[in-house]
Design a protein around this ligand. Structure first.
Ligand code: ACO
Length: 399
């Protein structure tokens, strides 16, 4: 690792690294990835010890504070998050102004940005207590924003969070509840109850998305944060960056692609398309900038998918197509030579479908999961006295 700062000052050395494939933009104590050995740790703890073993809120606490909470701290944190989950009525009116059928990601970005008009005091955070409140406020409100964005897109009336329910269950409740408390799945037909197995599966999915060091959206949050912009605005910009199909938007595209393939017998045709350099088609849910070996999050999700197969009555046709795609790609030289393995998005879509979550909510769920990572990274940046405004240089090739 070369610290370029000294070279730059002494000799004017300049590096050219499109897409920052080998440039560290900061140092960080939050998340460790070893792409060669398929390792991912949050604050030193392997994800295998967290997903499905600790609650998602405990993992958020870990990312924010650097250690897992005690039993009492866990209870207090959970309670505080429940109480902070409500939205200002003005934000609810903002949803009303947006059209039905708006993509929930667009609505979520707008609503998160709009929170900066309410919590103006968060612009000049001076101590850890203020950071703490800001982080907890955004974390608590994001499932409500996501669920209301969804309800708005379906033209269904808004409801309030139910604070008798745990974070993840409350989110499912807000997706399914009709005013008056009757539970109904607004996406895929009637679905009266919320099963504990669904809450646990979604909780594990959120944990697996919680942070992933300097990916495109986190880098965006840090870049915007480096300009001294409002933290809610930085988070809204993270939502914008995550929406793209090369990033968090891929989980929605994976499902579209599995539907498009339509049948196991068509898999070879699509594998050939993905390999054809004259065809822009890419196999969605495959490949990763850092993992040139298996994505450990995908491996955890595959285990979860296998476990849930019967309990949740997973769509076996889509599962069969997904398995055939996976098998064909993993045994193909094109994918092997380039280190292209299924990433987290490849499996999350099938599981979210089993949870009866409509496809346009896949990326919003990624947002909910990634919030603690963005907030922890934003806080780390703000508490680093050596941090500078993000301002890359360019290699001018024009006239
Ligand atoms: N299908 C077919 N070929 C692929 C794929 C794919 N999914 N991904 C990469 N390749 C090929 C490229 O064409 C390139 O081939 P070449 O060397 O012959 O030119 C080679 O593999 C390297 O690809 P790059 O695009 O240079 O790799 P990069 O690290 O820049 O991109 C990315 C990573 C964006 C994730 C890419 O693999 C991709 O587009 N995947 C599909 C979208 C996806 O699943 N995104 C989710 C990523 S995970 C996440 O954000 C949570």
């Amino acid at each position: 690792v070369v610290d370029i700062r000294s070279f730059y000052k002494d000799s004017g050395m300049f590096t050219y690294d499109p897409g920052y494939t080998s440039t560290a933009s900061c140092d960080s104590k939050i998340t460790f990835i070893d792409g060669e050995n398929s390792e991912l740790r949050y604050r030193g703890i392997p994800i295998e010890e967290l997903a499905g073993k600790r609650s998602y809120l405990d993992v958020c606490y870990l990312l924010f504070r650097g250690n897992l909470p005690t039993e009492q701290e866990s209870k207090d944190f959970d309670l505080e998050i429940r109480h902070r989950s409500f939205l200002d009525e003005g934000i609810l009116r903002l949803f009303d102004a947006l059209p039905d059928h708006a993509h929930p990601m667009a609505t979520m970005g707008a609503a998160t940005m709009a929170l900066a008009t309410i919590y103006k005091d968060h612009l000049n955070l001076e101590n850890e207590e203020e950071f703490k409140i800001m982080r907890r406020r955004i974390l608590a409100k994001m499932p409500t924003i996501a669920a209301m964005a969804f309800r708005n897109s379906r033209g269904v009336p808004m409801i309030y969070p139910d604070i008798d329910r745990y974070f993840t269950e409350n989110f499912l409740y807000m997706l399914r509840a009709y005013p008056g408390g009757k539970l109904k799945n607004l996406g895929n037909g009637l679905h009266e109850e919320i099963k504990q197995v669904e809450v646990d599966a979604l909780d594990a999915i959120l944990t697996l998305h919680a942070d992933h060091e300097q990916n495109a959206s986190t880098t965006t949050v840090r870049n915007v944060g480096s300009t001294e912009a409002h933290p809610y605005v930085a988070i809204a910009s993270g939502i914008a960056a995550l929406w793209g199909s090369a990033h968090g938007g891929a989980n929605e595209k994976v499902m579209d692609q599995l539907q498009l393939i339509g049948d196991v017998k068509n898999v070879p045709t699509y594998i050939a398309k993905a390999k054809d350099k004259n065809d822009p088609f890419r196999l969605m849910g495959f490949g990763h900038r850092v993992y040139k070996n298996r994505d450990p999050r995908a491996q955890e999700l595959k285990r979860l998918q296998d476990k849930l197969k019967e309990e949740l009555n997973l769509d076996s046709k889509l599962l069969d197509i997904a398995s055939a795609v996976e098998e064909a790609a993993l045994s193909d030289d094109y994918f092997k030579e380039r280190g292209l393995y299924p990433n987290i998005d490849f499996y999350s879509g099938v599981i979210l479908t089993a949870l009866k979550i409509p496809v346009e909510m896949f990326t919003p769920i990624f947002v909910i999961g990634r919030i603690p990572g963005w907030l922890a990274q934003w806080s780390e940046l703000k508490q680093d006295p050596t941090a500078k405004i993000a301002r890359p240089r360019q290699l001018y090739t024009g006239k």
